[in-house]
Write a protein that binds this ligand. Structure first.
Ligand code: CP
Length: 321
């Protein structure tokens, strides 16, 4: 079986395959009755060891719309609190014969560790500072819809600025890998203390510390929040200081290309990294669309990854694309 551990494990044609597969689910999700039997009889376990609103709910909705039985493990009420190790937890989930396990964990690499111990596909719903692959895929799908609406057919040469706490952001990592794979040019912007060393080499991103310079020429501006829960002695600016230097205000956005597209994975800290007047502008903001695309992308990932187990005719993972 094959798992979805990160964008770094996918070829560009596989990314495009998942985006194309998601389109049928975008259509289904817009119908009054949103149901498929594609995964009927299968069991999905969502094991979230870290808080989530969007990812957990959209994986749950995705599994249910595909006809699967979906079970959410509540980490706070689980036996982890009694000292059970992550590996023993994985072995326990495996013994229940899940057909797919979706995991969010605070430690980078924890999802890969679990994938190694179980007999079904594992989907990474965000592991520490490492990767959040379904977020990058849903962002690419939302962006592709907007580009097509504007008459642009592909990502080639698209200038994307990602600004925020890059150091702690799995979203920035997965998005840089995904967008670059699709042909976009990625620029990272963060205060020096919140920019990972070697970001240019690791992610092929241009590194700029001054936000106004980073906005110059940007066709897409993706804002990220400060991840205060992951800070380990870094200097944390106050919300007021941060907004002063790195907040996306209407005035600052005017420095980017005309009608630049604005994105944010959520949760947002309004009035800190992004102002409401920008976040809520339906002509340029994709924030709600990103959430909508999240359900379709997660349906595509669950469907594709469980095809072999379901014995879908002639299917093997190497057929992707
Ligand atoms: N964007 C995202 O991963 O949001 P949640 O933490 O609410 O799942």
């Amino acid at each position: 079986h094959r798992s979805l551990l990160g964008i770094g494990h996918l070829e560009t044609h596989e990314i495009l395959y998942l985006l194309d597969e998601a389109e049928q689910w975008v259509e289904l999700n817009r119908q009054p009755t949103k149901h498929s039997d594609a995964m009927a009889g299968l069991t999905i376990i969502n094991a979230f060891f870290e808080n989530s609103t969007r990812t957990l709910l959209s994986f749950e909705i995705a599994g249910k719309r595909l006809g699967a039985d979906v079970v959410n493990m509540q980490a706070a009420q689980s036996s982890l609190k009694k000292g059970e190790t992550l590996i023993d937890t994985a072995v326990t989930l495996n013994a229940m014969r899940a057909d797919a396990i979706v995991i969010r964990h605070a430690s980078s690499g924890a999802v890969a560790l679990i994938a190694d111990k179980v007999d079904c596909p594992v989907l990474n719903a965000g592991d520490g500072q490492h990767e959040h692959p379904t977020q990058a895929l849903l962002d690419a799908l939302a962006l592709r819809h907007k580009l097509r609406e504007r008459g642009r057919s592909e990502f080639n040469g698209l200038r994307v600025t990602i600004c925020g706490d890059i150091l702690h952001s799995r979203v920035a990592r997965s998005n840089a890998l995904c967008l670059r794979g699709l042909g976009a040019k990625v620029r990272f912007c963060a205060p020096p203390a919140l920019m990972p060393a070697g970001a240019e080499q690791a992610f092929g991103a241009e590194v700029v510390h001054d936000f106004e310079a980073a906005l110059d020429g940007a066709e897409v501006v993706m804002m990220l929040r400060l991840q205060n829960e992951r800070m380990q002695g870094q200097f944390i600016p106050s919300p007021r200081e941060y907004r002063h230097l790195y907040g996306l205000t209407e005035k600052r956005l005017a420095l980017a290309e005309k009608d630049a597209i604005v994105m944010h994975p959520g949760p947002m800290n309004r009035g800190v990294e992004i102002d409401s007047v920008v976040a809520d502008d339906p002509d340029i903001s994709l924030i709600t669309k990103q959430v909508e695309m999240g359900v379709a992308i997660r349906m595509a990932c669950l469907d594709v990854l469980t095809r072999r187990a379901r014995g879908v005719d002639g299917w093997s993972e190497s057929d992707w694309g």
